[in-house]
Design a binder for this molecule. Structure first.
Ligand SMILES: NCc1[nH]cc(CCC(=O)O)c1CC(=O)O
Length: 309
């Protein structure tokens, strides 16, 4: 009987999604006659310790994953469950993405006090988000809105909607779906209006590259379409060298004949500039690079340099 120690952050969302992954892995073990037992190990990351500071000011990539990756490398945990959008482009030597399970809803959503949608928010309404990507696209669509910083875990952000005088806040739909709070969502923002973060809605199951037992189990857990879509989005991100802290968005979907349709955006935090482009093809890595080059040709590098100042 192999014991599998699973590393996770300890936010309500992280614990919920890790629990769901473990349940699905247990079902797979049963189905394939694999003998394993699972143990949860909660790990505090730098991103959890500095929840009150704007992430783009903290800088550094992988704020929510580094300590967990160290535990993997040290053999304290055998696999880790991360939100894909928190993953830096490059993984440390010795670790790999063992599986990407099926993606949840990738869209952002609006949570308003009284359930009204984006177009019904009053002139100058106060909207909470600390994501430069969200504020860029929202300001582009509604320059009148007053965007204010909002950090913290999903639960504390929802609380702040009530306590800090926001008319609305923006969150990823996937987190609310997983945690069972779908009914709090007032409206979904279409990817045309607000392109999601790279990997949003997907999970990343990370493991050591020299653990055949775990790799074999995880190979049964991967969802091919999600793997391909996320690969295209991350290739785009990698070429632009961006983390979660710059106004970059991308979303790929795979059609019935396996063609990938990839849209990417780069903008300025105030939404006055917004570059966007859609291309299609079959090779995810090539497609991501090609899309990045297309946006660089339109001036993406200058926009990203602006955001880093
Ligand atoms: N930036 C934090 C973060 N990382 C992953 C999710 C949940 C959504 C997902 O799994 O993509 C969230 C919360 C949010 O953006 O609302």
């Amino acid at each position: 009987m192999r014991k599998i120690v699973v590393g996770t952050r300890q936010s309500a969302l992280a614990l919920t999604q890790t629990g769901q992954v473990i349940d699905q892995l247990k079902a797979l073990c049963e189905q394939h006659g694999i003998e394993a037992e699972f143990e949860l190990k909660k790990i505090v990351t730098k991103g959890d310790r500095i929840l009150d500071v704007t992430l783009s000011k903290v800088g550094g990539k992988g704020l929510f994953v580094k300590e967990i990756e160290q535990a993997l490398l040290d053999g304290e945990v055998d696999l880790a469950v991360h939100s894909m959008k928190d993953m830096p482009f490059e993984l440390p030597e010795g670790l790999m993405v063992g599986a990407v399970p099926e993606r949840e809803d990738p869209r952002d959503c609006l949570i308003t006090k009284d359930g009204r949608g984006l177009d019904d928010l009053p002139q100058g309404a106060k909207v909470g988000t600390s994501s430069l990507r969200r504020s860029c696209q929202l300001q582009h669509y509604r320059p009148d809105l007053q965007i204010e910083s909002l950090r913290g875990n999903i639960d504390s952000r929802l609380r702040k909607l009530e306590t800090e005088g926001f008319d609305a806040i923006l969150l990823a739909g996937a987190g609310l779906h997983r945690i069972g709070w779908k009914d709090r969502i007032s409206a979904y923002l279409s990817p045309e209006l607000c392109l999601p973060a790279v990997g949003q809605g997907a999970l990343c199951i990370e493991c050591r590259d020299n653990d055949p037992f775990i790799l074999d189990l995880l190979s049964k857990y991967r969802h091919e379409e999600t793997v391909v879509a996320v690969a295209a989005e991350r290739s785009f991100l990698g070429r632009l060298n961006g983390g979660c802290q710059v106004p970059i968005g991308a979303y790929a979907r795979v059609t019935d004949n396996q063609e990938i349709i990839l849209t990417g955006m780069v903008g300025s935090p105030d939404g006055k500039q917004l570059l966007k482009e859609t291309i299609a093809g079959f090779d995810p890595d090539k497609l991501g690079l090609e899309l990045a080059e297309a946006l660089i040709a339109k001036g993406a590098s200058q926009l990203l340099a602006l955001a880093a100042e």
